[in-house]
Design a binder for this molecule. Structure first.
Ligand code: ADP
Ligand code: MG
Ligand code: MG
Length: 212
């Protein structure tokens, strides 16, 4: 049985923190091109802040309670647009998985869908607005397709991560309609959206965390 448990959720966050620290400068550079240059710093701060809290988890922690801890930490420590957006995403993801102790493919689709819907609720971005939604939405669609085809939990996550990576790349030719990059008009063309890139990194970390 390849369902994912609380330990996977903790590994996902730890791996995310590791990757975001390594990619901090690269994410700042993307954000310097079309924003204010702090996206790597913001993400690194938020994920570093949750690490000590993971060491003190209660024995009855579930994937949902761990996601909720991440959400509240991101909301309280990350300034800027990304804090409340990712915070809402993980809060909704926690809500969507509250009833279960382990996550199968269907639960992961529910988790990813709720996260994406939370970001849309909060930020009102649509497809093609050159935001993190352009990574999340293809990820949700690919996860759904993989789950419908009978894919295991890791297969669902791999499909999501692959689609998010393509989605992040596909933000490069776009003009931004939300966030700071929208002030640039056509000058945003040719630059990858930093939030779409961090989403791709987070979903790849979720796959990495399935390999113990
Ligand atoms: P700030 O722009 O406040 O400095 P960050 O640099 O941390 O915040 O995050 C910027 C990222 O947030 C963008 O690259 C984009 O992906 C995302 N973003 C900004 N506004 C929105 C929105 N309304 N909906 C979805 N994502 C958004
Ligand atoms: Mg910024
Ligand atoms: Mg900022």
């Amino acid at each position: 049985n390849s369902d994912l448990d609380t330990a996977w959720t903790v590994r996902w966050i730890r791996r995310s923190a590791e990757v975001l620290a390594a990619e901090r400068a690269a994410l700042n550079t993307l954000d310097r091109d079309i924003g204010d240059g702090d996206h790597g710093e913001n993400m690194d701060r938020g994920f570093q802040a949750v690490l000590p809290k993971l060491d003190g988890l209660a024995d009855d922690a579930t994937p949902s309670t761990v996601l909720k801890l991440l959400a509240t930490t991101l909301i309280s420590t990350v300034g800027g647009a990304a804090g409340p957006l990712y915070g809402t995403a993980f809060l909704k993801a926690a809500g969507a998985t509250a009833a279960v102790g382990t996550l199968d493919g269907m639960a992961l689709v529910a988790l990813l869908t709720a996260a994406r819907d939370g970001i849309v609720l909060r930020g009102k971005a649509g497809a093609g607005d050159k935001t993190m939604i352009d990574a999340w939405s293809p990820a949700v669609d690919a996860a759904q397709a993989a789950q419908s085809a009978g894919g295991s939990a890791p297969a669902v996550l791999t499909a999501a991560a692959d689609a998010a990576a393509r989605g992040a790349q596909d933000t490069e030719p776009l003009v931004a309609r939300k966030g700071r990059a929208s002030y640039l008009g056509e000058r945003a063309i040719g630059h990858r959206d930093p939030g779409a890139q961090s989403t791709a990194l987070l979903l790849r970390a979720a796959v990495d965390a399935t390999r113990v």
